[in-house]
Design a protein around this ligand. Structure first.
Ligand code: 13P
Length: 340
């Protein structure tokens, strides 16, 4: 089992490749569909995911796709179950297993992620449905007097319990502690909170005997708050992010797969590229983007069957750009392409 988990982990962060996060919960996908005036029906959600998963050529840069509970049970237009379709293209199917971030009792404005009850049984079922890896997202908010140690510790403990159960059940755990970019805070404050969070997460993983060579870390980049008047440039984001992670993430972890967290698609690619340009990193530095991979295809699709080729082209393009950013070979000229 350990060999299988190490293999899947390595394949997920193979050179030139990264992960598509297509695991939006019902509430989140409705928000995305509202933005393009498309009703969030089960068939529309299926059709949208179908266009992403059947886009030709993306397997060159996409190693895995994170699915939602509904999606892992759905099929492509020709009746092939999505997990089977992805696996046939050499793309590992993954599954979001947390039940969302809820109000943390006694901690004003802070959240804790739920979903541990019955998790062992759900993981067993998902593995039977074809999942080879899983994801659990914890949310840390920056504010005047938050995050509290209480919030960080509670979330770190839950992340480690989830990760230990995944390893037991034969699924690679993606451990996602997300320090939100919402707010006016500076990049220095993000560095400090991300450091504190990573320290507690790795301490909990260690206490709960999680083998670090069988997990992937999915963190935020160290970045200025979205409302901060002075936005740090990509060179500073790359330098501070890598410094922060070198100080807190053991080299045994095979890969760091960043979330995009509200960055624009191009910004997320540029920042990833800049980090890989630094070179000589102890882990693979890759992506597990949701919005930064999906914003262009979503805008091109608009719920119309006729737009499917253009949407697939947009997805292929972002996959290629991020694939190049994996080795620091992305250039701004790559954005100047004829739109399909
Ligand atoms: P974003 O890249 O849109 O932040 O989504 C990644 C993700 O999976 C969040 O949990």
């Amino acid at each position: 089992m350990a060999y299988e988990l190490e293999t899947v982990t390595r394949e997920l962060v193979a050179p030139g490749k990264g992960i598509l996060a297509a695991d939006e919960s019902d509430g989140t996908i409705k928000k995305r569909f509202d933005s393009i005036d498309v009703a969030s029906t089960e068939e529309n959600r299926r059709a949208y995911r179908d266009l992403l998963f059947t886009a030709s050529g993306v397997e060159a840069h996409i190693s895995g796709v994170i699915l939602f509970d509904e999606t892992i049970r759905q099929s492509s237009a020709d009746g092939t179950p999505f997990p089977e379709l992805l696996a046939s293209r050499g793309i590992h199917p993954g599954i979001k297993v947390d039940k969302g971030a809820k109000t943390l009792a006694g901690a004003d404005g802070e959240k804790v992620t739920e979903g541990l009850d019955g998790l062992r049984g759900r993981l067993e079922e998902y593995r039977g449905l074809g999942a080879r890896f899983a994801k659990w997202r914890a949310v840390i908010t920056i504010g005047e007097s938050i995050p509290s140690d209480y919030c960080i510790d509670t979330n770190a403990h839950a992340l480690a319990r989830y990760a230990a159960l995944c390893v037991e059940q034969g699924l690679v755990p993606i451990v996602e502690p997300e320090v939100l970019m919402d707010g006016e805070h500076t990049i220095e404050r993000c560095y400090e909170v991300t450091s504190r969070t990573l320290e507690r997460v790795f301490s909990a993983l260690h206490e709960q005997r999680v083998p670090l060579d069988q997990i992937l870390l999915k963190p935020n980049m160290v970045i200025s708050g979205s409302e901060c008047p002075v936005q740090a440039p990509k060179e500073q984001v790359a330098e501070m992010t890598i410094r922060c992670f070198r100080n807190h993430v053991p080299a045994a972890v095979p890969g760091i797969v960043f979330l995009s967290g509200g960055q624009t698609d191009v910004q997320a690619t540029e920042n990833l590229n800049e980090m890989n340009k630094l070179g000589d990193l102890p882990w693979q530095v890759s992506f597990s983007y949701g919005r930064a991979l999906q914003a262009p295809p979503l805008a091109a699709w608009r719920g119309q069957t006729d737009n499917v080729p253009a949407a697939q082209d947009a997805f292929r393009h972002r996959s290629l750009c991020n694939g190049k950013a994996r080795t620091g070979e992305y250039t701004p000229e790559m954005e100047e392409r004829a739109v399909a």
